[in-house]
Design a protein around this ligand. Structure first.
Ligand code: PMP
Length: 289
């Protein structure tokens, strides 16, 4: 595998960063995960824009232009001979001292990995997945801005462990007020009375690119979609529920905390949006060549 590291394509075995890198020492950095379908990178510009916004919000000055990062992403995918897959871009604060001060870090590092990813078993895309509510909360916006896709994922990791220990595939993370924020690596949607509902970013959701695609596809298909606060009760009593994410794509939910969600089978609105999503991934995107 060829990895893009600070301007060069290197063999995986030579893709090394310093043990003094603050991305490793403190989770001080930002990242993106992007899918490509049939040699087209889905929503590439939106992902790169979010990467730059995340970097700006944490005062990390990117030494590359947005176009250079787009070109590097395409180059990495091409170098690995993949037609379909997932590309991960990681920007770290760079090498610093053992102290916290990011101003002492020399220059940011970026690495790009083009590979594949499977978040959930294939059968769950057809029959739905079980969710469990996690005790670990999504940090309050004053603690960690939810829009920033930072390398600080320890709370998500702990929440994921709780969900797995509860026998579920994915965990619902609540915010400090007890409203649903999102799942550990996906945004959450419910359908009630034909209306699609997703928590607002202000409730602690990442401003997901796939979330935005679903909001747009709902509008195009004449399905009402609103952003408003969601409780566990709303999920227990909704007609349909599904999750979205670049890695997850769109996956139906069958249960939450032992309660069957809706009929327990993927519902008609979910199926319609999944179909529209897959059609869009194949007819749009930045071509690799
Ligand atoms: N929430 C979290 C915490 C995530 O890590 C992700 C994956 N990037 C998402 C939501 C989904 O966002 P997107 O659709 O932009 O991949």
């Amino acid at each position: 595998m060829k990895i893009w590291l600070d301007g060069e394509l290197v063999d995986e075995a030579n893709a090394k960063i310093s043990v003094f890198d603050h991305g490793l020492l403190y989770g001080d950095g930002v990242f993106e995960g992007i899918r490509f379908y049939e040699r087209r990178v889905f929503r590439l510009e939106e992902h790169i824009k979010r990467l730059y916004d995340s970097a700006k919000a944490i005062l990390l000055k990117m030494p590359w232009s947005e176009q250079e990062v787009i070109d590097a992403t395409l180059e990495t995918i091409r170098a690995n001979g993949l037609d379909n897959g997932y590309v991960r871009l990681v920007v770290t604060r760079g090498t610093g001292t053992l102290g916290l001060n990011p101003m002492l870090c020399e220059t940011p590092s970026m690495f790009i990995i083009a590979s594949t990813i499977t978040l959930y078993p294939e059968e769950n895309y057809k029959k739905g997945m079980a969710l469990a509510t996690c005790a670990t909360r999504r940090p309050a916006p004053a603690a960690l801005m939810p829009q920033v896709k930072s390398l600080n994922y320890l709370n998500n990791v702990m929440a994921k462990v709780e969900a797995i220990q509860a026998g579920a595939l994915e965990g619902v993370m609540l915010n400090e007020q007890g409203y649903v924020a999102e799942c550990t690596g996906d945004n959450l949607f419910i359908v009630k009375g034909g209306v699609v509902i997703t928590p607002p970013v202000s409730d602690g959701a990442l401003d997901g690119i796939t979330r935005q695609v679903i909001i747009e596809l709902a509008a195009e298909n004449g399905i009402e979609c609103v952003e408003k606060s969601v409780t566990r009760y709303d999920i227990f009593t909704c007609d349909e529920c599904f999750l979205t994410g670049s890695a997850a794509e769109v996956i139906p939910v069958a249960s939450l905390d032992g309660r069957t969600v809706g009929s327990g089978e993927p519902g008609p609105v979910t199926l319609k949006l999944i179909e529209a999503f897959h059609a869009l991934t194949l007819k749009s995107g930045t071509p690799l060549d």
